[in-house]
Design a protein around this ligand. Sequence first.
Ligand SMILES: *[C@@H]1O[C@H](CO)[C@@H](O)[C@H](O)[C@H]1NC(C)=O
Ligand SMILES: *[C@@H]1O[C@H](CO)[C@@H](O)[C@H](O)[C@H]1NC(C)=O
Length: 180
Amino acid sequence: MRVHSGVWMLPFILAYCVNPIYSGFEFTNIKCTSNDKKFFEFEYCYIKAVNRSYKYMSLKAIMHEKPYTDASANLQVLRRFKGYIPITMNVTFNVCKYMEKKNNQNPMVKFFDMVIKSYSNVYHKCPYDHDILVEKVPTQFVNSHFTDVIPLPRGDYAFYSTWFTSGIMRGTLWVYGTLS
Ligand SMILES: *[C@@H]1O[C@H](CO)[C@@H](O)[C@H](O)[C@H]1NC(C)=O
Ligand SMILES: *[C@@H]1O[C@H](CO)[C@@H](O)[C@H](O)[C@H]1NC(C)=O
C-alpha cells in the first residue's frame, strides 16, 4: 500500500501505537559471541521456525574452565528507531547472589528468571560445574510473559546481555524480536 498523504492517517497511527492488544512477539535474530574461546564457546545458538505457530530459540555454551562460583550480567532492552536505542537501564545482575536469595525485583531480571527456570539447566545455586543449555524457548512464552513484565508499544526490540565472571567480560547474547 502506498501512502499518498500522511495527515489523515495520523489518528490511526496513534491508535496503533498505543493499542495495548498485541498480535504477537516474534524472534527475528540471535547473536551469541564469546570473547575468549579458551574460556567458553557456543556450540550452537539459533532460532528455529518449526511451523507458523511454533518458533523457538536454543543455545548451548561449552564451558572450558569449570566450575564457576561467580557470574554476572548486564541486561538491557533496546528499541529500534534509526538505530537501537536503550529504553531501560543497563542493569547489573549478579547471578550467584540471585540464585541464593531470588530477591531482585527488576522486571528484566524477573523475565530472565522465568526463562531460565523453565528452559535452562542453570536455575540452581552456584557453583556451575556444567555446560550451559537453554533449550527451545518458544516465541509463545516470550509473547505471554514479556509484555506482562515490561509493557511496551509495538516495535522492533533487542535484548542485550553482556556476561562476566571474576569481573572479566566473557561474551554477549543479543536477542532481537518484533512486537506487533
Ligand atoms: C507446529 O509444530 C508443533 C511441534 O511439532 C506441533 O505440536 C503443532 O501442532 C504444529 N502446529 C501446526 C499449526 O502445525
Ligand atoms: C551495558 O554494560 C556493559 C558493561 O558495562 C557494556 O559492555 C554494554 O555495552 C552496555 N550495554 C549497552 C547497550 O550500552
